[in-house]
Every structure is written in structure tokens, then in C-alpha cells.
Design a protein around this ligand. Structure first.
Ligand SMILES: CC(=O)N[C@H]1[C@@H](OP(=O)(O)OP(=O)(O)OC[C@H]2O[C@@H](n3ccc(=O)[nH]c3=O)[C@H](O)[C@@H]2O)O[C@H](CO)[C@@H](O)[C@@H]1O[C@H](C)C(=O)N[C@@H](C)C(=O)N[C@H](CCC(=O)O)C(=O)O
Ligand SMILES: Nc1ncnc2c1ncn2[C@@H]1O[C@H](COP(=O)(O)OP(=O)(O)OP(=O)(O)O)[C@@H](O)[C@H]1O
Length: 517
């Protein structure tokens, strides 16, 4: 695998298409002369424009993108696509640059990007995964099983975008439509025939997956998160539900462990296959979770016609069995013979998957177990702690912080769940962004204290010092769960991304302590 800095992936041999043809195909009003102009890509970030691009100026929360048309032109953009307001700004910023005018630019972008990159022609099998927790995991599990089946696969997730063995770091969970279609075009060039796409609620609301029809859309769960972007859980649910419409997906696989999942299965207008981990809940497929160890989770998946797959996933937590089962059923719904999947999993002794920063064990054979996790919701805390309790012999020390400038209403619950589920709690800073980090820590500590007044709590603002404090408290047989940073390689303070990899730092601290060679 090759890692490289975050950068959008574009096709190496893009087709040049007539700008006039694009304007005609979409009925855009044209200002300026388009004749003889050709377009090879699209970007809605002026900094990411490549020569031959259509620069897409969208009205944002902070600024109107059209005002950066001058920078986009300097970088080689051939024209601007924007709205009426943006057209005025673009004319000021880049006089003489041709402008295409749309009513709602974001709403047009998916189809425009699909047209430019011809992604509707010979598409790969497309899988979408949504839900509050588990999206990245399911996308990696799909990718892993597809590779075991000998399929050249791709993925886009919060952690990485992957084309076969090539990987780049992600910024958004779901790329903007311009980037997503370019990525799919690049994947087609190298023969990728199946792609897993992690779809956030924001992506559906903001048209990032427009211009695509997924073959199978999967749903994991819905729990408290993003209530800064959505006014209520009901609105958050509605945003996710939109993915399960005939214009966006052909069929669905829905985990019906929760009330939200059952509601989605009932309300979805596309064909739905259901899956549950709960005995007694009616569903097409049932998952029985078996032995859970520090490295593996065993499970049996049973479905229609007496289908039975008994296997394991090399990841911690009952929910990874649920995630793996969802991936398997999605593959079955895409047309892959379940017996073939069963044979391949048996041949390989289970699923092969590595998910960066999802309960990733960084400790070695000696000393406390140390996991770095991406969990940043109350439910993720609850599930991971419960899973660890099943095999951790000693104490669990939980280290975490909470995002600044993001859903503040979940902080008390995060503190409370940590205090109830762990033996020692260490509170640190985690992307305070523009908020006062001390206030974020105070909210977490208040939640923890209210739930368990006598819980041992340490407050250590600097994450490096906090991990070392947690490690100093740990003995052989204990475990440290460092929740939040996952795969990330930065710490965001006041708009500045300071390099910080919890995984690397934890390994360094383990070496300093003599626990790791
Ligand atoms: C709330 C939200 O989704 N915002 C996204 C949105 O920003 P915005 O509308 O505020 O844009 P803006 O800053 O006003 O800028 C307007 C336009 O000008 C462009 N611009 C701006 C400045 C400049 O110099 N040049 C330039 O071209 C911007 O690229 C943008 O197109 O469009 C931007 C451009 O793509 C995104 O980077 C930005 O994501 C921000 C960073 C974000 O944090 N989004 C989160 C909420 C998000 O989408 N999260 C989900 C879910 C994660 C999860 O499940 O946990 C995700 O899919 O990542
Ligand atoms: N099915 C699940 N149910 C509950 N919690 C889960 C599940 N799968 C994973 N988790 C927890 O949620 C954390 C995040 O997992 P993952 O990255 O797969 O979710 P995600 O939906 O992609 O999150 P995000 O959208 O924030 O990237 C994990 O580290 C684990 O703690």
C-alpha cells in the first residue's frame, strides 16, 4: 500500500468534453463565450483546481465560493458554474471568464460531475454504507471480503480513499460530488469493479452523493451525534433515510437492532433485506456473536434457505461481527453467491481486514493492552467498553476528550458512559478548535462526576502527557482505551492542524516505558 498526503484523486486520462455541450445538456444560462472550450474536471475548491476544470462556486456557510473565481482561473479553470449571486461575484473576481448559471449549484453538481467524468457509463458495483457508527468499518470489511474474493475493489471512508492498493488520506467522510466522481473515474481506469462508499448524513443533505445510483445501500444504526447539524434525531434520521430512495439506491440491507432501523425498513420504498444481532427480532438474516477476544470476534450468520456462514473477524467488539455480517449480506444482495463467500472465508480462516484506528491495538505482548479508537459518540463509548469488559482481566483506563465546535449536547453522556464503564477516566483535549478547551474538559468531567461521583478522574490537557499519565497508572492485565483520535494525524487548535498521531505517540510511550521493543 502506498500512503500519500491528502489529495483528491483524479483520472489520469480524463476525457475532454465540450463546455457548450454541458451547458446545453443541463439548460444552464451562459454568460460569455464557450465556443471551443473543453472541460476535463470539476472542483468546488479554488485551491484544488486543476487545468481544464470547471470551477464550481457554491454559496457556503462562510463565503460564496464564486469570489475565488480569479484564483481558480489562475490555476487553469476554464469557466465557472455558479448561481445568480455567484455570477455577479465571479464577474468581479475574474472579468471575462465564462460563467454558467444554475438555480442551485450544489444540487446540480452531482449530475454535472457524472457527465464530465462519464461515471454512469460502465459503473462499478456501488455499495453505500450509512448510520451513526460503523460506516467506516463496514466499508473496510466490504473491501476486505471483496479482495478475498479476488475482486479489484475501491473504497472511500473517513480514514482513507483506496483504489486497489493505492491509498490517500481523507478529509471529509464523504467527498464532495466533484471529487467522488473523479475518484470513481480513476478507479475505472485501473479496473476497480466494486466500490464501498461511506455516506454521512451531511453528504446526503449536501448533495455529495448525487449523480450516483448505489446497487446496495446498508444501514448500521442511529444514535446520538451531529445534533449541531440536525435539530433533532428525527431530522437526522430523515437525512439518512433519503439515501434509501429509488433515485439513490436499488436495494437496501438494514440492521434492525434498533427502533430507527426497524422504522427505516418499514418506510423504505426500495426492496429491503433485514439483519439483526438480537435473538427473537424478526429479520431475514440473524447474527449470533460467539467468542470475543482481544484480537478476534467469532460469529455465525444465518439467512434464508438455511444459509449459514460461521466465521470470525480480526477485530474487537460484538459490533464488528454485526458490521461484518452487514458487509456479507450487502455482497449477497449485490448478486454474489453466499456459498462462495462462505468457502473463501473458510479457506482464509475468517475475514481479513485492517481498519486504521478502529479499536486498533498498538500494544505488544507485554504490558497493558492499549487500543486507539475513533469512537466519539456516547454509543461508541458504551459498545467498546462493554466489549472490552469481556476479556480485560484488570482495570480499564479510558482516555478521551471531545470535539470543539461540534455537537456539544453529547458531552455529558460521553463523560457519564466513560465513568460508568471504565475504572479510571483520563480527560484530555481533542480538537478544541475555536472553543475554550478547559470548558470542554469541564463539561466531560461534570457528566462523569454526576454519573459516578467517586470515579477516579484525571484531567491532563496535553494529549501526549495524558497518554503517559494513563500508561503510568496501568499495570500488566489492565487496558487503556484511548477513544477519539483513531487514524487521525493531527490535532486541531484554533484553525491550525498540529501534527499528532495518537497511534504513533502511544507506541513511542510504550517503548519509553519498556513495554514495546
Ligand atoms: C458544514 C459543512 O459540511 N461544510 C462543508 C462546506 O463548507 P461551507 O459550505 O461552509 O463552505 P465555505 O467555507 O463557506 O466555502 C464556500 C465554498 O468556497 C470554497 N472556497 C473557500 C475558500 C477558498 O479560499 N476557496 C474556495 O474555493 C469552498 O471550497 C466552498 O466550496 O463545504 C466545504 C467544501 O467542500 C466543506 O469543507 C465543509 O465541510 C466542513 C469542513 C465540515 O466540517 N463538514 C462536516 C460537518 C461534515 O461534512 N461531516 C460529515 C460527517 C462526518 C461524520 O460522520 O462524523 C462528512 O461527510 O465529513
Ligand atoms: N456497529 C456499531 N455499533 C456501535 N458502535 C460501533 C459500531 N461499529 C463501530 N462502532 C464504534 O464506533 C467507532 C467508529 O467506527 P467507524 O469509524 O466504523 O464508524 P463511522 O460511522 O465511520 O464513524 P464516522 O462517521 O465518525 O467516521 C468505532 O471505533 C467503535 O468504537
Amino acid at each position: 500500500m502506498t500512503g500519500s498526503p491528502s489529495t483528491a484523486l483524479r483520472p489520469k486520462h480524463p476525457s475532454a468534453r465540450s463546455l457548450r455541450g454541458l451547458a446545453d445538456a443541463f439548460g444552464f444560462e451562459v454568460r460569455g463565450d464557450l465556443d471551443a472550450l473543453e472541460v476535463t474536471g470539476a472542483s468546488l475548491s479554488s485551491a484544488a483546481v486543476e487545468p481544464g476544470d470547471l470551477y464550481v462556486g457554491v454559496p457556503g456557510r462562510n463565503v460564496h465560493g464564486a469570489q475565488f473565481a480569479g484564483t481558480a482561473r489562475d490555476r487553469g479553470a476554464v469557466a465557472v458554474l455558479t448561481d445568480a449571486d455567484g455570477a455577479v461575484r465571479a464577474a468581479e473576481a475574474a472579468p471575462g471568464m465564462p460563467v454558467l448559471v444554475a438555480g442551485d449549484v450544489r444540487a446540480a453538481l452531482g449530475d454535472v460531475a457524472a457527465w464530465i467524468h462519464r461515471t454512469a457509463e460502465n459503473p462499478a458495483t456501488l455499495f453505500a454504507v450509512t448510520g451513526t457508527n460503523g460506516k467506516t468499518s463496514v466499508v473496510y470489511l466490504l473491501y476486505g471480503i471483496l479482495q478475498q474474493l479476488g475482486v479489484v475493489a475501491g473504497l472511500t471512508s473517513t480514514a482513507e480513499r483506496r483504489i486497489g492498493d493505492e491509498a490517500v488520506t481523507s478529509s471529509l467522510t464523504t467527498p464532495e460530488a466533484s471529487e467522488l466522481h473523479a475518484l470513481l473515474a480513476r478507479m475505472r481506469e485501473v479496473g476497480v469493479s466494486a466500490v464501498g462508499v461511506e455516506v454521512s448524513a451531511q453528504a446526503v443533505s449536501r448533495h455529495r452523493v448525487d449523480g450516483l445510483v448505489f446497487d446496495v445501500a446498508g444501514f448500521t444504526n442511529l444514535t446520538h451525534d451531529h445534533l449541531d447539524d440536525y435539530a433533532s434525531m428525527g431530522e437526522y434520521y430523515e437525512a439518512k433515510r433519503e439515501l434509501f430512495a429509488p433515485s439513490r439506491a436499488r436495494r437496501a440491507v438494514v440492521t434492525v437492532d434498533s427502533e430507527w432501523g426497524r422504522r427505516l425498513a418499514d418506510e423504505s420504498p426500495i426492496p429491503v433485506t433485514t439483519l439483526t444481532t438480537i435473538a427473537g427480532v424478526a429479520a431475514d438474516w440473524h447474527v449470533a456473536v460467539g467468542e470475543q477476544t482481544a484480537t478476534h470476534t467469532e460469529f455465525v450468520l444465518e439467512g434464508p434457505g438455511g444459509r449459514r456462514i460461521e466465521t470470525s473477524v480480526p477485530l474487537l467488539g460484538w459490533y464488528m461481527a454485526a458490521n461484518a455480517a452487514l458487509a456479507i449480506v450487502m455482497l449477497v444482495e449485490s448478486g454474489i453467491d453466499p456459498d462462495r463467500i462462505a468457502r473463501v472465508l473458510e479457506r482464509d480462516g475468517g475475514l481479513r481486514a485492517y481498519i486504521p484506528g478502529r479499536a486498533e491495538r498498538v500494544s505488544g505482548e507485554r504490558g497493558p493492552l492499549v487500543y486507539i479508537d475513533y469512537g466519539h459518540t456516547p454509543d461508541a463509548f458504551l459498545q467498546t467498553l462493554a466489549s472490552m469488559r469481556r476479556f480485560v482481566e484488570g482495570r480499564i483506563i479510558m482516555l478521551f476528550g471531545a470535539d470543539g465546535d461540534r455537537d456539544t449536547t453529547k458531552r455529558a453522556d460521553m463523560g457519564a458512559i466513560a465513568a460508568r464503564g471504565a475504572d479510571i477516566v483520563v480527560i484530555t483535549d481533542f480538537h478544541p478548535r475555536t472553543e475554550d478547551p478547559a470548558a470542554i474538559r469541564a463539561a466531560l468531567i461534570a457528566g462523569a462526576r454526576q454519573a459516578v461521583p467517586d470515579r477516579e478522574i484525571h484531567e491532563v490537557p496535553d494529549p501526549r502527557a495524558a497518554f503517559r499519565a494513563a500508561l503510568a497508572l496501568a499495570r500488566e492485565g489492565d487496558a487503556i482505551l484511548y477513544a477519539g483520535p483513531g487514524h487521525e494525524d493531527y490535532h486541531e487548535v484554533n484553525g491550525v492542524k498540529i501534527p499528532y498521531s495518537a497511534r504513533d505517540d502511544a507506541r513511542e510511550a510504550l517503548r519509553e516505558a519498556g513495554w514495546l521493543a
